[in-house]
Design a binder for this molecule. Sequence first.
Ligand code: E4P
Length: 217
Amino acid sequence: MKLFIDTANVEDIEALAPLGIIDGVTTNPSLLAKVGGDPRAVLKRICDVVQGPVSAEVVATDSDGMVREGRELAAIDPHIVVKVPFGKAGVQACRTLTTEGTRVNVTLIFSAAQALLAAKVGASFVSPFVGRLDDIGTSGMDLIAQIVEIFENFDFSTEVLVASIRGPIHVIESARIGADVCTCPPKAIEALFTHPLTGIGLEKFLADWDKAQQPVG
Ligand code: E4P
C-alpha cells in the first residue's frame, strides 16, 4: 500500500521524505491556506521534494472553470494530479481532463456510488474521507471495503486513496482491506512509528549493554 502525506507544509514533507516511506502528497485548499504564500509556488516546491503524485485541488464550482484551473495546475509540474470535488461538475471535468491525459483525483467521496461514477469517467484516484464519516457515527472503513470490492469486480484501474485519516487504525485497516493508498497528516505518520514497548525495549537493551561494560567486582 502506498503512503501519501496529507499536508502542504514543505518542512514536514522534507523531514519525512528521506526515510523513503512517502510515495506522494495530497493537498486541499484548507491545507494550502494554512501554510500561506503563493499556492503554485508551494505546490512546485512539494513536487521537487517528492517525486510522486501531488494532488492539487481546483476551487471553481462549474465544470468549465474546473477544467481551466485543472489545466493550469497540471502545467505546474508533471507530478501534479488535479483534484476535483465529486458532483456532476466534477465528474464532467474529470472526464475532460482525463481525456486530455491529465490525472484526476475525485475528492469528497462519501458513498460507494460516488466512487463508482468517478471510476467510470477514468479518475486515477478516488478519495473517500473515512475520518469525517466516523465523526458522524458511520463507519468510514466499511465504505473502503465496499469501494475496493466494486473496483475489483470490474477491474477498474482507479486507485482507492483513503483520506481523512485520523490514526494508525485507519492505516492498518486500509492495508488489510487492500486499499491502494492512505494519505496521512504528519501527526498520523509519526504515530505509525510509535509503540511504547519499542521505547521500553530499547531503553532496557541499552541499559543492559552499559551494565555489561562495567568492570566485574
Ligand atoms: C485529502 O485528500 C483530504 O482533503 C484530507 O484527508 C481531508 O482530511 P480532514 O477530514 O482531516 O480535513
